[in-house]
Design a binder for this molecule. Sequence first.
Ligand code: MD3
Ligand code: FE
Length: 193
Amino acid sequence: MLRAFAFASAAELVDQAARVAQAAPFRYLVTPGGFTMSVAMTNCGRVGWLSDRTGYRYDPLDPDSGTAWPVMPALFLDLAGRAAAEAGFPNYDPDACLINRYTAGAKLGLHQDSDEKDAWSPIVSVSLGLPAVFLWGGKRRGDPVRRLRLESGDVVVWGGPARFVYHGVAPLKDGQHALTGAARINLTFRKVF
Ligand code: MD3
Ligand code: FE
């Protein structure tokens, strides 16, 4: 947990995320079970994370445009690389950055991230804008869950065994933030292959 690691670059990161969203707009994906997610998502990088009625996958193309996802902004790569190195994972070269946008009430139920072939490399998470309560469980769904407040600029690196823990985000509280207005933006960098 690198508290405020991205604080100084937060405004520029939000700008770059908005640029990505101009080319690949935020959308509400549907789960295999047929529910529409309350978190809006888009991606940049070599592949992007997707969900639809057929399942979860990483895809080199944005299905909404039929073209490649936007390239990862240099600032994203730089920040993710520095954070991973700080946490003991040098030479981090993420394939994907999933960008999650939360507005009031949006949440992410407890889940494991298990769609990546490289299950050892870290996931680097960067929180921007409104604060959120991160739910941090154990290796089993029923394990006790800790609640952790994540604020704008906080970076968390989840590598090695920590990769497989159940986690989620509690419903976002209403609010206003200077950088993002009524939203929280979360970047998650992933090594997929
Ligand atoms: C711990 N996103 O996109 S980021 C996700 O704040 C996701 O938007 C949350 O969970 C968010 O899949 C939390 C932090 C995070 C991401 C992946 C993890 C924590 C993790 C994978 C394993 C363990
Ligand atoms: Fe996750």
